[in-house]
Design a protein around this ligand. Structure first.
Ligand code: FE2
Ligand code: FE2
Length: 215
């Protein structure tokens, strides 16, 4: 007779999540897919342009920390195991994004956001709350987040130094992945969030992006 595996208690799961959070924030993240920047040559040499590109990619890196935390927070409180699985699958793509952004910031001779633990913790809590609101709302939250992220990445494609092919390729691949995460969430039953919630999300994102550009 086989003994069934014990179900993880909430405390065990929180400890597991805490450990994952620490590793996301502190350790170098390893991408499963090759970096989309590939062998395209480094073309940003002007110091001011490099600083600006690094600031933008630091913002994107902070966004990916937040995305990682949101997905894991939502997965923690998801009701349906299939929804939980799809959230964790999307989170794996975010690890690639995280690693690519981190690499690009370093190539530009800069550092990632000092406030990464804050972005992670805050986003994890928001994700867990979204999950508690029910799976359809939680999936709607994914769809709305991704819509806003895609718009934000589009603005970066215009703001990056004109010749910065390496950053641009990373951003474009991220956009394509977020597009897929968003449409999968909608197809799985994600419901449109009320307008005030969408506005609140925009405002929170603006605070984060504004701060992470500098810090
Ligand atoms: Fe992402
Ligand atoms: Fe995503």
């Amino acid at each position: 007779m086989t003994t069934p595996l014990p179900r993880l208690s909430l405390l065990d799961r929180l400890i597991e999540e805490f450990d994952r959070g620490l590793r996301t924030v502190a350790a170098a993240n390893v991408a499963a897919r090759p970096n989309p920047a590939g062998a395209s040559p480094e073309s940003v040499t002007d110091p001011a342009a490099r600083r600006h590109a690094a600031g933008l990619m630091r913002v994107n890196h902070a966004g990916e920390i937040a995305a990682q935390a949101l997905y894991h927070g939502q997965a923690l409180t998801a009701r349906n195991p299939a929804v939980r699985r799809s959230l964790l699958e999307a989170a794996r793509d975010e690890t690639d994004h995280l690693a690519w952004c981190e690499q690009r910031v370093r190539e530009l001779g800069d550092r990632t956001s000092l406030l990464a633990p804050v972005w992670y913790t805050g986003s994890f809590a928001i994700g867990a709350l979204a999950g508690l609101a029910g799976d359809r709302t939680s999936l709607g939250f994914v769809a709305e987040t991704e819509r806003q992220v895609i718009e934000h990445l589009e603005s970066h494609l215009h703001e990056l130094p004109p010749g910065d092919e390496r950053s641009r390729r990373v951003v474009e691949q991220m956009q394509a992945d977020e597009e897929r995460h968003g449409s999968e969430a909608r197809a799985s039953g994600g419901r449109e969030l009320p307008r005030p919630v969408r506005e609140l999300m925009r405002r929170a994102a603006r605070i984060m992006t504004g701060t992470a550009y500098r810090l």
